[in-house]
Structure formats: structure tokens, C-alpha cells
Ligand binder design. Structure first.
Ligand code: OSB
Ligand code: MG
Length: 371
């Protein structure tokens, strides 16, 4: 078929979270995200850049994403004759880092191509291994332990299958012990977002007694070797997030036994093509994956759902209902979960939900067309 993008429009929107979200690197109360709209033959495809508001999770943030897409990625993609969306990532791979900016654009082209073919995005990427996505939730650091216990209670009552709690030095062993006392049998895991170093190994070893499913990214965001050294000392499986930015890094990390589970985030690896390669590397190594989240609005959330239909996404991920984040989402209907804690996959073309363009317009703080 071939695909040639005729116009790329960036929309920056502002959305307050219904509840603040705190990790070891900081608290977020309001999201500022960049949406990427690509057009060809009168059809629009949409992507969402998953960068945060500050360069604390990785090197990217809203402002850098805007500039990278506008000045570096979009000009390389615009009016270029692609055989298919698979080739878009390679066309911007000369950009060092900034995978989320690159990935927002790449995902938009996949969505556009799916729409041109009249296919749901999940089919177009080769997914469809399941009709329902098993969902977990990621619960941030709270102001108090009772508040955390209350949140866990609420999420379990909503049907969520797995609880992830954020940890950092000072909010770890004692807090997890209290969670385990109250909820001895739940699927529980912890995410440190790189808050520890190998010197903390004795402290992290204390977590082995709590039967966690995994501990996510305990060590530095760009560190693989130390994770291998730590994994050798822990019973709890390590799940890698920040430090897996490509299929090549995934292959190296798994070969070293730096982790036994991989969190795949579409943006972090630069889009669907690379996400699928990471998925395949892990599958070949016998390592399960799950779909991470970056507090996405509806477009990113819908893309994550499509991704999580690939066969090796066998563990509940961090993709959950829109209402946990937003009073009103930018898509219609909002993403909802079943009482069993799953999201039903939709069969409409593209990412499967309608865009609320009027609402997007009303929360946009800037818009720019590259053509
Ligand atoms: O490490 O998975 C993470 C949110 C922002 C930045 C990093 C992470 C997260 C989450 C939230 O854990 C996942 C979500 O609910 O979208
Ligand atoms: Mg994480």
C-alpha cells in the first residue's frame, strides 16, 4: 500500500490528575502531554508522547518532546514514502535518545495505517492473543500508610488483579510489611524507579520475605550490570523498566540475568516496532512481559491496550481505567474495566475509541502544524 504523511500537527494539552501520583523521583499533580496527529489521504492517525513534565523518569519532558518531534522527527517523516509504519522508527533512529518523542510520532503512523486498512490497531501490530487485558494498578507513594492501605483496598474491590506500590528509601521494608500484614495473599510488587544502588543490596534482600511478584527497576536508570549483580543475591525476580530502551538492551540484560521480567513501555523503546522486538526477545528467552504505563491520556492508554494483546504479555500490567486518572478523558468511551479487573479489547479501526476533539481543543495550550 505504502504510506506518505502529508501533515503533522502537534497538540499540547493540560490535564489535572484526580489524585497526585508520587514516585521516588517526585510528585505529579497535572499532566502536560504532546499529542501527535499525522494525516494522509484525509485520514488522521494519533499518537501520544509519554514523556513526563520533568526529565526525571528519563531525559525527556514535555518541552523537549515538542521540540524533538517538531524540529527533528517530523521533518524526517513528512512526505517520505514509507512501505509501511514498520519503517518509521528507523527514519528517526539517528536522533540520540528521545525515544518517547520518536515513539509518539511512530505510534501515530501505525494508528493511521490501521485506519487506512480498516483494521483495529491491535490486529495491525500482530496482536490479538487475548480479548481482555488483565489489569493491575500502580499506586504511588502516599502521605501515610493508612492512606496506602485504603487505596489498595479500593483497587482490590474494583477487581484489579495485581497491586504495584512505589517504594523509595524510607518508604520500603516497613511499609511493605504493613501491606503484607493486611493483605497476605494478593499479587503484590514494588517499583523503586531507580532509587537504590548496589550498596543497598542488604536492604533490598529484606524484601525477599514478602513474596513479591517482582521488584521493578531498583537500580540506576541506565544500569544493567549492577542489576545482574543484585539479581544474583535476590530471590525476588527483578523487573526491568527504565534501563530497557531497545531490543538489543533487552537481549543483553536477559543474557546477563539482570532481570527475569520486563516492563514494556511503548514510548520508552521508541514505538510499536521496537516494542514488538523487545517482546520477541523476551519471549525467546522465556521471560514474561507486561505493559507499563506513564499516566497516559486516552490515546496512549488505547495504544497500550493494543500492545498488551501480543502473546507474551502474560502478566497484569499498569494499564487501568481512565477514571483513576481523569475526571474526563480525551477519548470516548473512557477506558473501563470489567468487574474481573480486565479491559475488553475493542474492534473499531485504529486504536478503537473515538477522540473527543472538542475537549482536546478546550484543554490545548498550544498547537502547531508541520507541513
Ligand atoms: O515506573 O512505571 C513507572 C508513572 C510515571 C512514571 C513511571 C512509572 C509510572 C507508573 C504509573 O508506575 C503507571 C500508570 O498508572 O500509568
Ligand atoms: Mg516503573
Amino acid at each position: 500500500m505504502g504510506i506518505q504523511i502529508e501533515q503533522i500537527t502537534l497538540h499540547q494539552i493540560r490535564m489535572p490528575l484526580v489524585h497526585f501520583f508520587e514516585t521516588s523521583f517526585g510528585r505529579t499533580t497535572e499532566r502536560h502531554m504532546v499529542l501527535v496527529e499525522v494525516k494522509a489521504g484525509g485520514i488522521s492517525g494519533w499518537g501520544e508522547v509519554t514523556a513526563g513534565e520533568n526529565p526525571f523518569y528519563n531525559e525527556e519532558w514535555t518541552e523537549s518532546a515538542w521540540l524533538i518531534v517538531r524540529d527533528y522527527a517530523a521533518p524526517r517523516v513528512l512526505n517520505y514514502r514509507f512501505e509501511n509504519a514498520e519503517g518509521v522508527g528507523a527514519r528517526t533512529a539517528h536522533i540520540r535518545g528521545h525515544n518517547m518523542a520518536r515513539g509518539g510520532l511512530e505510534a501515530a503512523v501505525w494508528d493511521l495505517e490501521a485506519r487506512m486498512l480498516g483494521l483495529p490497531l491491535y490486529r495491525h501490530i500482530g496482536g490479538g492473543a487475548r480479548r481482555e487485558i488483565p489489569c493491575g494498578v500502580s499506586i504511588g507513594i502516599q502521605d501515610s500508610v493508612p492512606q496506602l492501605l485504603q487505596k489498595i483496598e479500593t483497587e482490590l474491590a474494583a477487581g484489579y488483579k495485581r497491586i504495584k506500590m512505589k517504594i523509595k528509601p524510607g518508604w520500603d521494608v516497613d511499609v511493605i510489611r504493613q501491606v503484607r500484614q493486611k493483605f497476605p495473599d494478593i499479587l503484590l510488587m514494588a517499583d523503586a524507579n531507580s532509587a537504590y544502588t548496589l550498596e543497598d543490596a542488604p536492604r533490598l534482600k529484606c524484601l525477599d520475605e514478602f513474596g513479591l511478584m517482582m521488584i521493578e527497576q531498583p537500580l540506576a536508570h541506565d544500569e544493567i550490570i549492577d542489576h545482574a549483580k543484585l539479581q544474583a543475591q535476590l530471590k525476588t525476580p527483578i523487573c526491568l523498566d527504565e534501563c530497557i530502551r531497545s531490543a538489543h538492551q533487552a537481549a543483553q540484560a536477559l543474557e546477563m540475568d539482570a532481570g527475569r521480567i520486563v516492563n514494556i513501555k511503548l514510548g520508552r523503546v521508541g514505538g510499536f516496532a521496537e516494542a514488538k522486538r523487545v517482546h520477541d526477545v523476551a519471549q525467546k528467552a522465556g521471560v514474561p512481559v507486561w505493559c507499563g504505563g506513564m499516566l497516559e491520556a486516552g490515546i496512549g492508554r488505547a495504544h497500550n491496550i493494543a500492545l498488551a494483546t501480543l502473546p507474551n504479555f502474560v502478566l497484569p500490567g499498569d494499564v487501568s481505567a481512565s477514571k483513576r486518572y481523569w475526571a474526563r478523558d480525551i477519548i470516548h468511551p473512557a477506558v473501563e474495566t470489567t468487574p474481573q479487573g480486565t479491559i475488553a479489547v475493542r474492534d473499531e479501526p485504529g486504536f478503537g475509541y473515538d477522540l473527543d476533539l472538542d475537549f482536546i481543543k478546550s484543554i490545548a495550550v498550544r498547537r502547531e502544524t508541520v507541513s
